[in-house]
Design a protein around this ligand. Structure first.
Ligand SMILES: [Zn+2]
Length: 111
């Protein structure tokens, strides 16, 4: 029996999707009744880049939709490629600023 496999090579025209967890840092804290000063968002996606594109249009997360609507910018500051939803839950249980590499969050930890 042949072990030769066909058709598993991804097209090299586009970068292959990155599946895993990601940390989003907002340019300024988002404050509302339900989210007192949230500045981070942790998510899981099969294709992180595509998910972020959707977030920027206000899809996929009520919190990020509200952040976009409030005119606050955000960016992905950390990814964990290959992480699963169990890992996402672990990340949710921590405060985002404790795992964020942004200088303002790092300096806040040292205070
Ligand atoms: Zn941060």
């Amino acid at each position: 029996m042949s072990t030769f496999s066909l058709g598993t090579q991804p097209a090299n025209s586009a970068a292959s999707p990155i599946q895993g967890c990601y940390l989003v840092h907002f340019d300024q804290p988002y404050r509302s009744g339900r989210h007192p000063g949230a500045q981070h968002y942790v998510g899981y996606a099969d294709d992180i880049d595509r998910r972020i594109e959707r977030h920027r249009k206000g899809h996929g997360s009520p919190l990020l939709a509200a952040v976009v609507a409030a005119g606050i910018g955000f960016r992905v500051v950390r990814t964990w490629p290959g992480a699963d939803r169990h890992f996402e839950r672990k990340l949710h249980n921590r405060h985002g600023s404790r795992i964020c590499p942004e200088p303002e969050c790092v300096s806040a930890r040292r205070r």
